[in-house]
Design a binder for this molecule. Sequence first.
Ligand SMILES: Nc1nc2c(ncn2[C@@H]2O[C@H](COP(=O)(O)OP(=O)(O)OP(=O)(O)O)[C@@H](O)[C@H]2O)c(=O)[nH]1
Ligand SMILES: [Mg+2]
Length: 507
Amino acid sequence: MIARAAFEWVAGQAPVPVPVPVEGGPDVAMYVIIAVFFLFLALGVWAIRRRNKARGPAPKQLQSTQQLTPSIETGKPPELVVPKVTLPPSELEAQKKAEAEAARRQAETLRNKLAELEARKTRADEGERAEIDRAQQKLRDEAEGAKREAYRAEKAAEVEEKERKKREREEAARLAAEEVQRQAAETARLAAEQQAAQAKKVEAEAGQTLAHGLAKTKREGFMARLSGLFGGAPRVVDESVLAELEEVLFTADIGVKTASRLVEHARDQSKTKSLGSAELKSVIREEVERIVTLKANHSLSGGGSPHVIMVVGVNGAGKTTTIGKLAAKAAAQGKKVLLGAGDTFRAAAAEQLDVWAERAGAELVKGKDEADPASVVFDAVKQGVERKVDLVIADTAGRLHTKANLMEELKKVKRVIEKALPGAPHEVLLVLDSTNGQNAIMQARQFHDAVGITAIALTKLDGTARGGVIIGICDDMKVPVSWVGIGEKVSDLRPFDPKEFVAALFD
Ligand SMILES: Nc1nc2c(ncn2[C@@H]2O[C@H](COP(=O)(O)OP(=O)(O)OP(=O)(O)O)[C@@H](O)[C@H]2O)c(=O)[nH]1
Ligand SMILES: [Mg+2]
């Protein structure tokens, strides 16, 4: 009764059956109906989930397009064309399907024969009929056997087919993953080409000076506040002036240690002679110049045959760009240059280096995507020796595929370079992004502890007010800043000149 009421209600043939005249009152009936409804709903959800589970998960690479590098024109990831994979049935699947078909046909033939006998039976006499019955029984058994055989073969074919579908899905996922990689590489190649074209365009324009690169530091950085201190009405340097100096330097990007050293130096000087603001400026200027004057090698040679430079730094610091600029410089000096694409983390990294190599007329040694970085760099140095190049520059990753420790990986790269050419690398160049301010000093320490850096290239000075970081790095590390990047074009990587630096800041 309840079921019937429910049916009629659901089918809309009756008004909502409240109250339903059943024992237990109308509310009970309603609850039962609702319970039955939810039971069916739950069954439906369960069945759909079961079916989806049997189909297997959608290939991982297809679940989102996040892995696709955004297009440089639209800023959106490109459309991923998912390949449709159709594999031919295996020999066993084809065989089982054929067997199932043959058995089905056999069963059909037997059934026809049975029908014929049935027709004959109506015309037969008693003796014949018994005979026909026996024949029919035999045919029925055979037909049953053929049916069973068809069923078994069909099931076996289904198992094989399922396997084939699984292989098709796996293959589609693999192809899609490849496509993701290819598109990422293509986008990066286009980006690098654009970058190179842009660099070429800017190169045609006048080269930037260090003063230009440091303009922001002078205008907005700690130098602006120091200039306020030095440039106001002449004051005798006393403890209050020193306290102001301390306050400015402590909030600069030069690091606490260096700031204290400069203040102490000024204090010592003020004790031996009476200083005015102009003298205080000279004292600081001279001390800064002393700190940043460290012996640097700008020749890109002198280590051996070939001269090998290993370039390290966190991702995005400007390693690859700096390598490209250095390669162009060396090539312009008539050197034969080979670049090693030791950053195998990004599919695009080697392509980016390729563009720079092509521009500079340098050779490039690269490995397969995700190859062991150390093996690629080993090859590069070996080939550099064999091809008698003058300079090998090895790019390295700023991060890794695995969670492996970057510093351990870099130590390994350094060891294999030494194995490929004893005495190499002749320079370990750390590329630092100056916009990181004091973090750059911390990074420098970590890299130094791991691989013993011999020189620093400080990039992106043009876009930051944190140029003071050079002073902190030189003071802290006693490692020379050899190169400074003050823009995108090749000539914007300049050998660092301490005199030019202090002049740009203080004059
Ligand atoms: N303005 C300016 N941009 C720079 C300078 N040096 C590098 N860049 C830019 O910084 C960005 C990152 O440079 P990359 O050379 O790709 O950095 P990377 O260290 O190789 O990065 P990963 O390969 O990801 O580890 C690029 O867009 C460069 O054009 C510089 O001196 N000035
Ligand atoms: Mg790079």
